[in-house]
Design a protein around this ligand. Structure first.
Ligand code: DGL
Length: 270
């Protein structure tokens, strides 16, 4: 084993502002069942999607530096489109381990779209990023790429995972933000460009006036983690998964049942 090989119980760190990264954790656990997991939710900084580029660039790389120092992960997964499209380069520069980002799945959507109209549903911060312009230009040059940001749908997903009531009109309103744009009536693919949104994909599908295909990057990220891990062994009996919050608040206990469903049975504060 090379000198720099990770300890067998070194975890993979998943990072998001809240519970959204669970949509990335799920396919990763399915592919790599013995992977030790630390899931970090920056609830003190939530939500990211309404923050400025400057705020997020100042906050996220430094926070990841602390998390990596504390938990010594073998790989960090930025399970958040907002943080990835704004700060991936700065995060990579701050860390000395492999970093996997989450960026909108515009490429597969453009490959699959028959109507050549694609929707990108993300946060306000993500949908305005030049990173998204580049993805659209590179992979969807012959497509109309509609974009809409919905902070309400992020809050809706958080409420659902806490088991709290949420306004049932929110998924339809979020989709209307795409359908109501010129060309929206022909849209056949919706890229779920915020990791919170696959958690409420059933609600989005039920709220859609007509069938749509929803795409996200979770499966590709799982394969990327496996590839970057290479031959480094996983423990035969991995420790139970940990959820780490950046601030103690009442949502921690409300989320415990949902977190346990993803193997995160220990809950701590950074
Ligand atoms: N889950 C995050 C994303 O993928 C951000 C949600 C938020 O904090 O606004 O963009």
């Amino acid at each position: 084993m090379a000198d720099n090989a990770p300890a067998p119980d070194a975890p993979v760190l998943f990072f998001d502002s809240g519970v959204g990264g669970l949509s990335i954790l799920k396919p990763a656990r399915a592919l790599l069942p013995n992977m030790p997991v630390v899931y970090a939710a920056d609830n003190a900084g939530f939500p990211y999607g309404t923050k400025s580029e400057a705020e997020l660039t100042a906050r996220v790389p430094a926070l990841l530096g602390r998390l990596v120092e504390r938990y010594r992960p073998r790989i960090a997964v930025i399970a958040c489109n907002t943080a990835s499209t704004i700060a991936l380069a700065a995060i990579r520069a701050a860390l000395d381990i492999p970093v996997v980002g989450t960026v909108p799945a515009i490429k597969p959507a453009a490959l699959a779209s028959k109507s050549r109209v694609i929707g990108v549903l993300g946060t306000d911060a993500t949908v305005r990023q030049p990173y998204v312009d580049r993805l659209a230009a590179e992979h969807g040059a012959d497509c109309t790429v509609l974009r809409h940001g919905s902070a309400a749908l992020v809050a809706y997903a958080e409420a659902r995972l806490r088991g709290e009531p949420a306004d049932p009109a929110i998924p339809a309103d979020a989709l209307a933000g795409l359908f109501d744009q010129p060309g929206g009536e022909r849209m056949d693919m919706v890229v779920l460009a915020c990791t919170h949104f696959p958690l409420v994909e059933d609600e989005l599908a039920a709220a859609s006036p007509r069938p749509l295909a929803f795409l996200d990057g979770g499966a590709g990220i799982a394969r990327r983690i496996a590839y970057l891990n290479g031959d480094a062994p996983w423990p035969s009996d991995p420790p139970s998964g940990q959820a780490i919050f950046t601030r103690r608040d009442e949502s921690m206990s409300a989320l415990a049942p949902a977190l346990a469903g993803y193997g995160l049975t220990q809950i701590n504060v950074l």
